[in-house]
Ligand binder design. Structure first.
Ligand code: FSO
Ligand code: SF4
Length: 548
């Protein structure tokens, strides 16, 4: 019995969760998620071979991505729901096998050679306990006996998982790409190829980072095509006395559909966590009932949602075990699941709307306003001013203080760092880590706010565009800019963004609060030797080092 998972920053004792996940994942769900990854590898092996012969099927491509997303931290905790997805996984794997065999026969005039071992041969068990038992045979450590190679395989696995979340959001906005689908198949199939070695996987992990830049770019364009590029926008915090629905997650398309369906119904829609940047998009903020942002980062939901009497819906991570006080007002959607919580599929939100109308009004408690919407379009719109401010010495340094939040006390580092950044320096921020300091006053430099909220974690794409534009303007490399990356990480999306930054050659990143448990000493040494990546330490010392 037992489980082993070390895919997120919360990994117990800094090594891995072995009894129950710190996230709340039990061993049954852990085993089913391991089996999902195993089954998807089998699917990828066949889909990759089929594609090489010119045969493909978008339902297979799409399922692989949704299946990976299911296994991301704080997404799906519902064993029955995952078991259903496993059955679909098996069917899609068999479909990919059929595609491959048919294409092979057509090309060669003979039957395809059978694959005798590995995940391609997986046969689905017929009950939930049997699926769990199967999953236990395919745990994390079974992927390789060499700890360094296992570590490098995990770099790839978790990168693909994180990228899958972004690919799913982009897909919802009509953005998809043949090269991206093909890459998933190639990369995931490679993780099950016993002929590959350490550097093959390290190199592949950098390719995942590269592909993720393309995917984040697709997502950025999907958002901009549908809703216009974000613009600096003041966002109300708190609640007002009307009915309300709180939306948590990252999926803006889902929010848009809900806004359309609640229009004129006397319901306000609130953003939570990573939905905050929605307020900066012209095509979303035009809905006057997209009223405010409520609460802080994901790890505070258990307490904060008890003070939100309306309906609540999660469209992606990070969900936690709900309190009894709001369990019956809570809904999950997309890949998210929690046992006993009503799950919605498709694009109709009648159940949420009915629940919100039945629920009492929210308290009349509006608080302050904050500003969001500083994507690269907005920042580069004032590029002349920014460049001039750097040249004149009015701006000495830029800090990207971004990434995910979490429950560990060491995360106060990021608040303290932001507060101690000298007044002649600017702060770019993104993702949910900013909730630790985004309600503070940072002032401005020559009319440009010192704290610029670039957006969601995937808007790391925008932050990269800002960095590249600055490097271009100053005719230097990104590493030569007065720019430091102070990153907090939590789950696999943050991991894949890190891979993207490393692919771009960005050095001296400070990462915390802890380094990933899945980095073996030798893989970590590779990252330190090549990128001088380091763990956060003491704020004063780290700050001093960036300004040296
Ligand atoms: Fe945070 Fe959760 Fe956006 Fe993550 S809400 S922790 S890395 O899902 O994706 O920043
Ligand atoms: Fe532990 Fe994180 Fe895995 Fe959950 S996802 S079991 S907290 S390592």
């Amino acid at each position: 019995m037992g489980m082993f998972c070390r895919q997120c920053e919360q990994a117990a004792k800094g090594t891995g969760c072995e009894v129950v996940g710190v996230c709340g994942k039990n061993e049954e769900v852990a085993a089913l998620q391991d089996l999902m990854l195993y089954g998807l590898k089998g699917l990828a092996v066949y889909a990759d071979k089929a594609r090489a012969l010119g045969a493909k099927d978008e339902t297979i491509d799409k399922f692989l991505i949704e299946g990976l997303f299911t296994t991301v931290t704080n997404v799906d905790f519902d064993a029955v729901q995952i078991a259903g997805k496993l059955r679909k996984c098996f069917d899609e794997k068999e479909k990919a096998k059929g595609l491959y065999e048919k294409a092979y026969l057509a090309k060669n005039g003979s039957a395809a050679p059978a694959i005798a071992a590995g995940p391609a041969t997986w046969n689905i068990a017929d009950s939930l306990p049997a699926l769990v038992a199967q999953g236990k045979e395919h745990g994390v450590k079974t992927q390789h006996s060499d700890p360094d190679i296992l570590s490098a395989i995990e770099l790839v696995n978790y990168g693909l998982k994180g990228m899958a979340a972004y690919t799913t959001h982009a897909y919802h906005l009509g953005k998809k790409d043949e090269d991206v689908f093909a890459f998933y198949h190639k990369a995931l199939a490679a993780t099950a190829d016993p002929s590959l070695g350490l550097m093959d996987y390290v190199t592949l992990s950098m390719e995942v980072g590269k592909m993720n830049i393309q995917v984040m770019g697709m997502l950025y364009e999907g958002h901009a095509d549908h809703y216009g590029a974000p613009v600096p926008t003041k966002v109300q915090l708190g609640t007002r006395k009307r009915k309300g629905i709180l939306v948590s997650g990252h999926d803006l398309r889902m929010l848009e559909e809900l806004l359309k369906q609640t229009d004129g119904k006397g319901i306000d829609v609130y953003t939570h966590g990573e939905m905050l940047p929605a307020h900066g998009y012209p095509g979303l903020k035009k809905y006057s009932h997209l009223y405010a942002n409520f609460g802080g980062a994901w790890q505070d939901q258990y307490k904060e949602f008890q003070n939100f009497p309306g309906a609540i819906i999660f469209n992606t991570n990070c969900i936690q075990r709900p309190a009894d006080q709001y369990n019956d007002r809570l809904f999950t959607w997309g890949e998210v699941g929690w046992p006993g919580v009503k799950h919605l599929t498709g694009w109709h939100f009648d159940d949420v709307i009915t629940k919100a109308l039945e629920a009492p009004d929210l308290p009349d408690a509006p608080s302050k306003e904050i500003t969001v919407g500083f994507s690269h379009n907005a920042v580069l719109g004032v590029a002349d001013k920014v460049i001039e401010a750097v040249k004149s010495g009015a701006v000495k340094h830029f800090y990207l203080i971004g990434g995910c939040d979490g429950a560990k006390p060491g995360r106060n580092y990021y608040t303290e760092f932001a507060e101690k950044v000298p007044k002649d320096c600017m702060i770019l921020t993104l993702a949910c880590g900013k909730f630790r300091f985004n309600k503070e006053e940072f002032g401005d430099i020559g009319g440009i706010p010192r704290l610029l909220d670039v957006g969601q974690c995937n808007d790391a794409y925008s932050a990269v565009q800002i960095a590249l534009a600055l490097a271009n303007a100053f005719n230097c490399g990104v590493n030569d800019l007065p720019l430091s990356f102070i990153l907090s990480w939590y789950e696999q999306k943050a991991h894949v963004i890190l891979l993207s930054l490393l692919h771009l050659g960005i050095k001296n990143i400070k990462l915390g609060p802890a380094l990933p448990a899945y980095l073996s000493p030798n893989v970590l040494k590779f990252l330190v030797d090549n990128f001088n990546i380091g763990q956060i330490g003491n704020v004063d010392d780290d700050l001093k080092a960036t300004l040296a």
